[in-house]
Design a protein around this ligand. Sequence first.
Ligand code: NDP
Length: 279
Amino acid sequence: MPMGKRYAVFGTPISHSQSPRIHAAFARQTGIELDYVSIEAGHDDFAAKLAASGAQGANVTLPLKEDAFALCRETSERARRAGAVNTLIRDGDGWRGDNTDGLGLVRDLTERHGLDLRERRVLLLGAGGAARGVAPALLDAGISALFVVNRTPERADALADAMGEPGRVHARGWDALPALGEFDLLVNATSATRGGALPPLPMALAGLRSAAVDLSYGEAAVAFLAWARAAGCTHAMDGLGMLVEQAAESFLLWHGVRPETDPVYAALNGQGDALVTAD
Ligand code: NDP
């Protein structure tokens, strides 16, 4: 495979990543030849591994989105609002950065799951790279209020400040949850459930009109989604749809072609065969 066709996803842990399968499926679907690999990297060795990879483009996942933002010579407006980059595009000997996470989440919620986000009261759990990516897109989708709740309250404050809308965005610590009332949409953007250790959530946060989404998927989303169903949520979704949608947006940025996401989502969800390779 020529080096010009190489793409990669960087993060820790990375062995669980579905991104190589998704991009391989998009490549087959669009007839674009590419090689997409996953590379384990942390704060200390990310820049060196990125440089050594020979990649033309890269995705960046936990915990490297803010590191990726810092190494770009140019960033998109949505990446700057998020202060986080999940998509790197080679630009000569440097990188341009973008963030497709927010668009991916909003597309999944509105187009795949048919939710109307306008005038919705939204709880965002977490203030890391993923939360920073999705907050601006939720605001742009017309929600009425965004409560950012994080274990480290200073990071929730920083996220809320960065949004620049004090009337609509509010930061709170975890201990404030019992007093916040019911939400229309609850978004788990913490990495806590990876270890099964999400702090307890009051049932009163959700009701029969509520929807819940965990940005994680598979095993990591089980605990939060079980809580959401027990609390009465009508919709409880994991982050697989967002993952496929943000990947399609990265693919568009790199190759100028938007792939079809539904067959790839169905295959990852065990309902289709788009990921079955002929080779
Ligand atoms: P970061 O490491 O940047 O942030 C982690 C967040 O989780 C922080 O807010 C952190 O709080 C919080 N957290 C971690 N452990 C705990 C705990 N035990 N209790 C409470 N809060 C905790 O990660 P990302 O933001 O990049 O990723 C978050 C999740 O979103 C991951 O599961 C990731 O896989 C998923 N994701 C999914 C995507 C998709 O396309 N579906 C895209 C991007 C991310 P504190 O600030 O206090 O440390």
